[in-house]
Design a protein around this ligand. Structure first.
Ligand code: FAD
Length: 457
């Protein structure tokens, strides 16, 4: 490769290069720039925050059955709250919570036990409310943590009248809500740039390794940057960038779709929390529709029982009519990332039908579907769905990624952890749970099976 000598950066100071300016990369730039004593470059072929980080539903929660994830999220929420406090909440962090609903009375005992277990692991107190409870407050979303379990339809509908009469229990997780991921990301990027981080709009094409450590990176614009520390924060391209370092990262990409829709009839309360349907369900199709779906092998599965997890939240202020809807009723795995991702024309109708089980008022839109706006992105995830944060088996190389469906909420604590690794600061107790070396640990590998599938919502 012929190098353009004028564009080679002098290596007088240590130099750090972050590949990827999604939420992972900009958070890393922010946390590292506070203490890093050398040059720091953030490289992305796209505008910052324009790939996966632009597609999320921007929600957060500290409610995780995996203790390591719970600790990471509690820390991340602490950091987001502190940033919100310092900036007059420029990124609109709210505390509306997540409301998980079920119709299955025989599952309520199990729900209580699981909720108690998560509460005891550090998510906060579990409070159980039965009819006539005066202690539960749905709004104005006091700064409570833990969760409130509402038992009985009357109590649920007293606070959330738009929920189906069939719901028998609702778990309101309180240290949860949503935010503007773009505004959080831009805040972190601006602060990083104020601390001296330089952004390069170019594709990273090569990482040069000399004597077993990273030395230089090559960019598509011909520029070469000396590099003592390299951070792979390439989101869905983490595996490809890993290959440049001769490291095979254990990752898969899974497409997840989402849609926004106008709700002019205000079926969903504008003050609602994130509403999540916890039951699996079989959709109600007419005979004619069943026949059409049955005739196509791609759509037959829509007639069988579909998984739990349809969810929806209001988007925008009180004056807005928009709602965001998601439901991963079928896996969408791809061996190769395609961008923009392939969409699915049946998604709006299937999701609306699924959500109408929880919110019967939505059925009115099935007669004439309001024009939906559909998009999606990839959950890049490890086999057990914990992120990868830490050192790679090549001197000077690190990774921050595999943020799956939780990258916005986890970004701050993940980047803080990465910075502690790079700057050799004391590590928090959960560091080993996210370090790439965990796949060399036989105890972890035998435990990994139990962790699979956590936290896809
Ligand atoms: C539908 C959907 C809903 C979601 N909902 C939530 C949610 O509610 N809450 C939540 O916390 N998370 C959510 N997520 C997950 C979250 O969006 C992701 O975990 C997060 O955005 C990943 O950030 P990232 O920085 O790792 O990746 P990205 O945002 O994809 O950034 C990676 C960057 O690396 C760049 N790059 C890659 N390779 C190169 C290269 N060779 N050279 C230069 N640049 C390169 C890319 O251009 C890109 O800008 C959701 C995701 C989806 C798809």
């Amino acid at each position: 490769m012929v190098l353009n000598a004028e564009k080679v950066q002098p290596a007088s100071k240590p130099s750090l290069v972050i590949c990827g300016a999604g939420i992972a990369g900009v958070s890393a730039a922010y946390f590292l720039s506070q203490l890093w004593k050398g040059d720091c470059f953030l490289v992305d072929e796209n505008p910052p925050l324009s790939l996966t980080s632009d597609r999320s539903s921007e929600c957060y929660r500290n409610w995780w059955s995996d203790t390591a994830m719970l600790a990471l999220m509690n820390r991340s929420i602490d950091l987001m709250e502190s940033l919100a406090h310092q900036t007059q909440n420029v990124f609109h962090l709210n505390r509306r919570g997540y409301l998980y609903l079920t119709t299955q009375s025989d599952h309520v005992e199990e729900m209580i036990q699981e909720a108690q277990r998560i509460a005891d692991q550090g998510a906060g107190q579990l409070r159980i409310h039965e009819k006539n409870s005066k202690t539960y407050q749905a709004a104005p979303y006091p700064k409570q943590d833990g969760a409130d379990l509402l038992l009985g339809n009357a109590l649920i509908r007293q606070h959330f009248p738009y929920i189906t009469e069939k719901a028998v229990a609702a778990l309101h997780v309180r240290r949860a809500g949503w935010l503007s991921a773009q505004q959080l990301g831009m805040l972190l990027l601006r602060k990083a740039q104020q601390n001296g981080v330089r952004f390069r709009r170019a594709r990273l094409t090569q990482v040069e390794v000399v004597a077993g450590r990273v030395r230089k990176v090559h960019l598509s614009n011909g520029e070469t940057i000396a590099c003592d520390v390299f951070v792979n924060a390439a989101g869905p391209y983490l595996k490809e960038v890993g290959k440049m370092l001769q490291v095979d990262l254990p990752l898969e990409n899974e497409l997840h779709l989402k849609m926004s829709l106008r709700d002019p009839l205000q079926v969903i309360g504008r003050e609602a929390p994130l509403l999540i349907w916890s039951d699996s369900q079989t959709l109600d199709w007419s005979d004619e529709e069943r026949e059409v779906l049955m005739a196509d092998s791609q759509t037959q599965h829509l007639l069988s029982r579909l998984p739990p997890g349809a969810h929806v939240r209001p988007e925008g202020g009180a004056e807005s009519q928009m709602v965001l809807m998601l439901w991963d009723y079928q896996p969408r795995r791809f061996s190769r990332v395609v961008w923009p991702p392939p969409l699915d024309e049946l998604f709006p109708e299937v999701v609306l039908r699924g959500l109408a089980t929880m919110l019967p008022g939505l059925k009115v839109y099935l007669k004439k579907l309001p024009h939906p706006y559909l998009d999606g992105g990839y959950y890049t995830h490890t086999p057990e769905n914990r992120p990868l944060i830490g050192r790679l088996p090549l001197e000077g190389a690190y990774v921050l990624g595999a943020l799956s469906g939780f990258g916005i909420m986890a970004a701050c604590a993940s980047a803080e952890l990465l910075a502690a690794h790079i700057l050799e600061k004391p590590l928090p107790p959960y560091a080993a749970d996210f370090a790439p070396e965990r796949y060399q640990d036989s105890t972890f590998l035998s435990h990994m099976q139990n962790l699979r599938g956590f936290g896809q919502l």
